[in-house]
Design a protein around this ligand. Structure first.
Ligand code: COA
Length: 437
């Protein structure tokens, strides 16, 4: 037999008159035991008040913005049977320390991401409304802190694509949503507003299709790439470097240390980093960022390199590359690339680059035009080195030629400077001893 119970604010420690920041249900919604009903927010934390038992919401007594204290009426729930209400929903005895997790509330630190345990132990999903009705936004998985974050940014939580476990919407999902929206807006603001809308097609009407959601990394990097592409006046210069001697040296190094421990595989990348650092020293405007009408030249050499992962591109950064030898660079690049592939790169390992290298040489291709990785002003692309005939003054001889491409922000760098940089880089790669000069 059904009975109704009034759900009130449980014991929430010393907090009084705290605002209701979200009402997660409406009359008629069916909820399960432990489903969040209302979100309260103190100065220190956001907390959900969960339902003590399963039932149907009959009446909601609070609105967003209302201020409540322990014992304030929240809503009336018609329970499915006459089982006694769990004590969590009734006003718990006062006197608990305010820092303790209030009974009947799942607290989440308001100043950032939820602690892992709280995140994982988030309340069960609210049962959706009757099948005939549209899905409620509250049927979506999102912690109170994430809902609050979305609300602060004016984002409708139901419009955010979830990437967390079990379809949970994470803080990063909200950020990616906003970035995508801003990128779209920026494209309009930059003069695309007059263009016809993006063509919408029913591809399935032309043949079978498969719809694959973009990976999380792609959803993050896409808007950034779009911004950089639209807002930086890109130019790409091309050159090539004779890496015949370098390749001989690399092969020799790899052979010499074949039995050594720990084994380090010398690829082209660490050599390129050494040469790039030496070239950047000679042309500091490329190791820089634009700041309004100023160019900020960096006196540090933190070199990012694009690394391919199954989820998309990431750019780990080798810090203070100017102070590291070839072996250290090779070891670090390999370790970072492995971490990237395993999805274990820390944020700190991807920030602060002063210049980036994108190497597609291990894969193939004769040239490409990388997009500048803002706020840097230039990026070097390396393509596949190939044996090519070169005239030595009396005959053609086979030389291993490495294609170089340098994309740069033309607001900061002129074509002539870019050409000089590439010429210097080319001579450094042809004879790395020059990096000592
Ligand atoms: N020309 C010819 N061979 C090359 C080369 C080049 N430019 N660059 C690398 N190689 C060789 C390597 O020396 C290695 O050969 P080896 O087995 O004889 O030693 C082989 O190709 C594989 O190298 P790789 O594993 O790719 O190592 P790397 O240090 O050169 O590159 C990464 C490391 C992380 C950069 C690379 O794995 C990667 O992810 N590249 C993709 C980057 C990308 O997608 N950029 C596009 C951004 S727009």
């Amino acid at each position: 037999m059904a009975e109704t119970i009034e759900i009130r604010v449980p014991n929430i420690g010393d907090f009084k008159d705290i605002p209701v920041i979200d009402v997660l249900v409406k009359p008629g919604d069916r909820v399960e035991a432990e489903s969040p009903l209302v979100t309260l927010e103190s100065e220190k934390a956001a907390m959900d008040v969960p339902s003590p038992q399963a039932g149907t919401v009959r009446e909601v007594s609070v609105q967003v913005g209302a201020r409540v204290s322990e014992g304030s009426a929240l809503l009336v729930l018609e329970t499915r049977d006459a089982a006694p209400a769990a004590p969590a929903a009734s006003a718990a005895p006062s006197g608990d320390p305010p820092s303790a997790l209030p009974a009947g509330a799942s607290a989440i630190a308001a100043n950032g991401l939820p602690p892992a345990a709280a995140h994982e132990a988030a309340p069960a999903e609210v049962a959706g409304p009757a099948p005939a009705q549209a899905p409620s936004p509250h049927a979506l998985h999102a912690s109170p802190a994430v809902r609050r974050f979305a609300r602060e940014l004016g984002v409708a939580i139901e419009s955010v694509a979830a990437s967390g476990p079990h379809g949970r919407i994470t803080r990063e999902d909200v950020q990616a949503h906003v970035k995508a929206a801003l990128a779209t807006h920026a494209s309009g603001a930059l003069g695309f507003a007059g263009l016809p809308p993006w063509p919408k097609q029913d591809f399935a009407s032309y043949g079978p299709v498969e719809v694959v959601p973009l990976s999380r990394i792609r959803r993050f990097s896409g808007p950034n790439l779009h911004r950089n592409w639209l807002s930086i006046p890109h130019v790409t210069n091309f050159d090539e470097a004779d890496v015949t001697e370098l390749e001989a040296f690399r092969t020799q190094l790899n052979a010499e240390q074949a039995a050594a421990e720990p084994l380090v595989r010398f690829t082209l990348l660490p050599f390129a980093i050494v040469a790039v650092v030496a070239a950047l020293r000679a042309f500091p405007d490329l190791n820089a960022s634009l700041d309004g009408e100023q160019l900020v030249r960096k006196r540090y050499y933190h070199i990012g390199f694009a690394a391919e992962t199954s989820e998309g591109l990431v750019v780990p950064v080798i810090r203070d590359a100017d102070r590291k030898g070839l072996r250290a660079l090779a070891t670090e690049a390999a370790a970072l690339a492995r971490k990237a592939r395993d999805g274990k790169l820390a944020l700190a390992e991807m920030g602060g680059a002063s210049f980036t290298i994108s190497s597609l040489g291990g894969i193939g291709g004769t040239g490409f035009t990388p997009i500048v990785n803002a706020p840097e002003v230039a990026i070097l692309g390396l393509s596949r080195a190939l044996l090519r005939p070169r005239w030595n003054g009396s005959a053609f001889e086979p030389r291993l030629m490495l294609p170089l491409s340098l994309s740069y922000d033309h607001r900061a760098i002129d074509g002539a400077l870019a050409a000089r940089f590439l010429a210097r880089l080319s001579s450094l790669l042809a004879d790395l001893r020059r990096s000592l000069v």
